[in-house]
Design a protein. Structure first.
Ligand code: MG
Length: 159
């Protein structure tokens, strides 16, 4: 049985924060604001996975009121969700994502992000799509006030 999942996340860009996507640090004067490290890519993938396997969502699993998750490396959260997915008898088929960010150019970072996610999720890089789009300088993303990510996953129930 195949099941799809969809995830979306958005974080504000602020001064004095790190900008981390898929566990990879992006060189930019602004970074993502959040309770955790605000890795918006990991967060969108987590929600897509949780949706696909019939679980709740990232905010329920890792509440931003819990000091335990303050500034936490979101790849650890993704790893934990991957373990949950496997424990429920699912295998990840593929993941596809779109990063919506006006700046900087994401292209130089994408191979490293895919490689990182590949290791984290034990998935061939061919099965991990990471694409980037600008917003044509329009709206909150287009004026670099925020970065958003869309994620889709396909999982298969093995037993
Ligand atoms: Mg988030």
């Amino acid at each position: 049985m195949f099941k799809v999942g969809q995830g979306f996340d958005l974080h504000r860009l602020e001064k004095g924060r790190r900008f981390i996507l898929g566990g990879v640090e992006i060189d930019y004067p602004l970074g993502l604001l959040g309770h955790s490290d605000a890795d918006v890519l990991c967060h969108a993938i987590i929600d897509a996975l949780l949706g696909a396997v019939g679980e709740s969502d990232i905010g329920t699993l890792f509440p931003d009121t819990d000091a335990k998750f303050k500034d936490i490396d979101s790849t650890l959260l993704l790893k934990e969700v991957f373990e949950l997915v496997k424990s429920k008898g699912y295998r990840i088929n593929n993941i596809d994502t779109s990063i919506l960010a006006q700046e900087p150019k994401m292209k130089p970072y994408i191979p490293k992000i895919r490689e990182n996610l590949s290791k984290l999720l034990n998935l061939d890089t061919e099965n991990i799509g990471v694409k980037a789009k600008t917003m044509e300088h329009l709206g909150i993303i287009g004026t670099s006030q925020a970065v958003a990510v869309l994620a889709n996953v396909l999982v298969e129930k093995l037993q």
